[in-house]
Design a binder for this molecule. Structure first.
Ligand code: ADP
Ligand code: ZN
Ligand code: ZN
Length: 675
C-alpha cells in the first residue's frame, strides 16, 4: 500500500483546488481526470482530480483522506482538462466552477447507482441514443455545396471555415455530407454540431438520423431529464455516440475522438451564456478545434462581425453559397411598407392585410414576426398619466390578456389587472402598444376563417408544446403564424410564402452599438423563412413586407437588397473608427447593491485600484435597466486593443478585487455582448 496526494477541483467560489490523501496499491494510483468523493466542510461532494502527486503543502494533521474514487468511469482526457482550464482562466473563474457544473448531475451525487445503471445500459447497447430508422436518399449537391462539403470533409488540421450561405442555400446538407466524409474516413470519429436554440434540435436530429441510420447520436440540451442527460453524456464520453447535437452547453462535453465541430447560425447571441460562467460557446469551440488540430465550420447567412472580420483577414477560410439550394426557389422580394403613408389598423397596414388575404386564397402560409410577447407592453390611464410600472424593476408591467394578468418580464412579478386607475380611480385603463397576443386577436377578427397560431414563450410553456406547434405548421395546419424570435431562426417551413415584420424600428435607435448588427441578422433570418420550396409553375416570388416609419434608413436598404456584405463592411468601418469590438477587447465589471450608490462606490474603488499601460478603465455607470427585483445595478467597462494585455490585467485586478472583501455582489464578464 502506498499514499498519494490528489489535487481536486471542487465547485466552490474559492479560487483554488484542494489536496487530499489517497491510499492504494502501488501502481494503482488514480489518474487526473477521474472523479472523487471527498468531504468538504461539513458536506460530502464530488470533485475532479486534476493532478496526482506525492507532496503537499497541507500539514499532515489537516490533510484529509478522499472518500472514494469513481473507478468505473474512465478519466476525462487531458485535452478536456486543458479546455476546462483554459475556459476558467480566460473567463476568470475557478476551475471547479467551470469543470463540474457541466457534468451530469447524476455524476455528482454521493452514490453511483445512477452511473452504474447508465453504464450497464450503454454496455448492452440499448441506449435511447442509439438509431430507430432507415437511410433516406442523399440529395445531389450543387457545385457550391459540393465544394464546401469537400473542403470541410477533407480539411486536415486546425481549419476554421466560415460557411457564408444565404438562407435556404442548403448549409445543413453541406454539414451532413461533410460529416459523412469524416465518419467514413475514421471509424471512431466524433462530430459535435451546435445549434443556437433547443427548438432547432428535433428538425436536425431527424435529418441526421435519417441520413446515418444505426449511428449513435447523442443530444445535449437543457430539456433532457437527468437520466437522459447521464446516458447521452456517457455515450459521448465513452466514444459510442458519433454525432453529438446540442445547444451551447454541449461545447463542454467530453468527446475523446472529436474530429469536426459545426456551429450552425454562428452569429446567434444564444451561444453566449448570460449568467454564471459567461462563456461564448462559439469562441470556446474555435479554441477547442485549434487545440485538437481539427476543422471547425461556422455557418451563417449573417455572420457575426467578429467572424466576418477574421474571414476578411484570412484567419478563417470563407466558403460561399450564394443561391438557394432547391431548384426554382429564390430569395424573397423584400418591400418596405411606409407606416406614415399606409396607417396601420390593429397593427397591420392595408398592404399587409391584402397580402395575407392573397396567401389565404392561394392556400399558402404566412408568418408575422413581432419580437414582443404579451398583449401590450404597458397599460395606462389617459386621465392622470399613470402607467403600469413594476414596483421592483426599472420596467413596465406587461399586459397578458388571456391570463388576466400584468407581468414583469424581468422579475416575474404578477398582478391582477386593476379595475381602475390606482391613482385617480378612472375605470378606463388602456393598453398601449402591441404584443403578439394583441396581433393574434386582431387577426382573428380580420380573418375569422383562418387557422391562426401564435408561437412565443407564453404559448409554449408546456414541455413538448413548441415542437407540437412547429409540427402543425409543417403539416400545413396553420394559415397564419405569429411569433417572436422563436420562429425566426432555422426552421424550414416549406409552404410559407409571406413574412410580415411588425415594428422593427425601435432597435434602430438603440444606444447599444450591436443593435443594428442584431436587427439586420434577425430580419434576414426571419425573411429567410419565406420561399424555401420550389415555386409552382408560374408561381410568384415570395414576399417579405417590413412595416416601418423609417423607410429610407440604410439598414432597410441593405435588407431589401439582401446585401449582408456591404452592410457588414460598413459596420466594420464604423467599429474601427470608433474603436469598438472586434478592434478592441472588452471586459465588464458589474456590481449589485440595494442602493445604486453602493454599487457605484465599489466600482469606483475598483477603477482606482489598478492601472496598466494600454488598458482603459472607464467610469462606473448605472446599467440601462438599473433596478431589477429591488436590486440596483451598475457597471464599469475595461478595454484594450490587446487581448493578452487585457487578460494579464484582469488576472491581477481580480485578485485585488477579491481582497477588498466588499459586501457588494459583483461579477466579471469577458467579451460582453451587451454593454
Ligand atoms: P439553410 O440552412 O442554408 O438555410 P437548409 O439546409 O435548411 O438551408 O436547406 C434548405 C432546403 O434546401 C431544405 O429543404 C433542403 O432539403 C434543401 N436542399 C439542400 N440541398 C439541396 C440540394 N442539393 N438539392 C435539393 N434540395 C436541397
Ligand atoms: Zn389615473
Ligand atoms: Zn419586475
Amino acid at each position: 500500500m502506498t499514499y498519494c496526494i490528489l489535487t481536486i477541483a471542487l465547485d466552490t467560489p474559492l479560487n483554488s483546488c484542494f489536496d487530499y490523501r489517497w491510499q492504494c496499491a502501488a501502481g494503482a494510483e488514480p489518474l487526473a481526470g477521474q472523479l472523487a468523493l471527498v468531504s468538504f466542510g461539513r458536506r460530502e461532494v464530488v470533485g475532479l482530480i486534476v493532478a496526482v502527486g506525492t507532496q503537499t503543502d497541507v500539514p499532515a494533521e489537516k490533510l484529509k483522506d478522499a472518500l472514494a474514487v469513481r473507478g468505473q468511469l474512465s478519466p476525462l482526457s487531458p485535452a478536456w482538462l486543458a479546455l476546462a482550464t483554459f475556459a476558467a482562466e480566460y473567463y476568470q473563474r475557478p476551475l471547479g466552477e467551470v469543470a463540474l457544473p457541466g457534468l451530469p448531475k447524476n455524476l455528482r451525487v454521493l452514490t453511483t447507482v445512477a452511473l452504474d445503471r447508465a453504464l450497464k445500459k450503454l454496455a448492452k447497447g440499448t441506449a435511447a441514443a442509439a438509431g430507430d430508422d432507415t437511410a433516406v436518399g442523399t440529395p445531389v449537391l450543387n457545385e457550391a455545396q459540393q465544394l464546401a462539403a469537400d473542403a470541410i470533409g477533407g480539411a486536415d488540421g486546425f481549419t476554421p471555415i466560415l460557411l457564408f450561405g444565404v438562407t435556404g442555400s442548403g448549409k445543413t446538407e453541406v454539414y451532413l455530407q461533410a460529416c459523412a466524409q469524416v465518419l467514413a474516413r475514421d471509424a471512431r470519429a466524433q462530430i459535435l454540431i451546435l445549434v443556437p436554440e433547443i427548438n432547432l434540435t428535433p428538425q436536425l436530429e431527424g435529418n441526421i438520423r435519417a441520413r446515418f441510420p444505426g449511428l449513435m447520436l447523442a443530444t445535449l440540451h437543457s430539456s433532457l431529464s437527468e437520466g437522459e442527460r447521464m446516458l447521452h453524456w456517457l455515450a459521448a464520453h465513452q466514444g459510442q455516440a458519433r454525432i453529438i447535437l446540442g445547444t451551447r452547453l454541449s461545447i463542454l462535453a467530453s468527446l475523446p475522438h472529436l474530429r469536426l465541430i459545426v456551429i450552425d447560425e454562428e452569429h446567434d447571441p444564444s451561444y453566449k451564456q448570460q449568467e454564471g460562467l459567461r462563456y461564448s460557446a462559439r469562441d470556446l469551440a474555435v479554441w477547442r478545434a485549434r487545440q485538437l488540430a481539427i476543422p471547425i465550420v461556422l455557418g451563417s447567412a449573417t455572420p457575426s462581425l467578429e467572424s466576418w472580420h477574421h474571414a476578411g483577414s484570412g484567419r478563417y477560410r470563407k466558403l460561399e453559397l450564394r443561391e438557394r439550394a432547391v431548384k426554382d426557389a429564390v430569395l424573397p422580394r423584400v418591400k418596405l411598407l411606409d407606416m406614415e403613408k399606409d396607417r396601420p389598423k390593429d397593427g397591420l397596414t392595408s398592404h399587409l392585410v391584402a397580402a395575407l388575404r392573397q396567401r389565404m386564397e392561394r392556400g399558402e402560409q404566412s408568418l408575422l414576426f413581432l419580437n414582443r410577447r404579451g398583449y401590450a407592453p404597458v397599460i395606462c390611464c389617459e386621465a392622470c398619466g399613470w402607467i403600469s410600472e413594476c414596483t421592483r424593476c426599472t420596467a413596465h408591467m406587461v399586459l397578458h390578456k388571456p391570463e388576466h394578468r400584468l407581468r414583469c418580464h424581468h422579475c416575474s412579478l404578477e398582478l391582477r389587472i386593476p379595475r381602475n386607475c390606482p391613482t385617480c380611480g378612472n375605470v378606463d385603463l388602456q393598453p398601449l402598444g402591441r404584443g403578439t397576443q394583441r396581433v393574434e386577436e386582431g387577426l382573428q377578427q380580420l380573418f375569422p376563417e383562418a387557422r391562426i397560431l401564435r408561437i412565443d414563450a407564453d404559448s409554449t410553456r408546456k414541455k413538448g408544446s413548441a415542437q407540437a406547434a412547429f409540427d402543425s405548421v409543417h403539416r400545413g395546419e396553420v394559415d397564419i403564424l405569429i411569433g417572436t424570435q422563436m420562429v425566426a431562426k432555422g426552421h424550414d417551413f416549406k409552404k410559407l410564402t409571406l413574412v410580415g415584420i411588425l415594428n422593427p424600428d425601435t432597435a434602430l435607435f438603440s444606444h447599444d452599438y450591436r443593435a443594428s448588427e442584431r436587427l439586420f441578422a434577425q430580419l434576414m433570418q426571419v425573411a429567410g423563412r419565406a420561399g424555401r420550396a420550389a415555386r409552382n409553375e408560374g408561381g410568384s416570388v415570395s414576399e417579405v413586407l417590413v412595416q416601418t416609419r423609417y423607410a429610407s434608413h440604410p439598414l432597410y436598404a441593405a435588407v431589401v437588397k439582401h446585401d449582408y456584405e456591404r452592410f457588414a463592411g460598413g459596420l466594420l468601418d464604423e467599429r474601427k473608427g470608433a474603436a469598438l469590438p472586434p478592434f478592441v477587447y472588452q471586459a465588464l465589471l458589474r456590481a449589485e447593491a440595494r442602493e445604486l450608490a453602493g454599487a457605484i462606490e465599489f466600482l469606483a474603488q475598483a477603477r482606482d485600484c489598478l492601472a496598466a499601460d494600454g488598458i482603459t478603465v472607464h467610469d462606473p455607470i448605472p446599467m440601462t435597466m438599473t433596478r431589477v427585483h429591488n436590486v440596483d445595478r451598475a457597471q464599469l467597462l475595461v478595454e484594450s486593443p490587446s487581448r493578452p494585455a487585457l487578460q494579464a490585467f484582469l488576472k491581477e485586478w481580480l485578485a485585488l478585487l477579491r481582497e477588498m472583501k466588499s459586501r457588494v455582489k459583483w461579477s466579471l464578464e469577458v467579451d460582453p455582448l451587451d454593454i
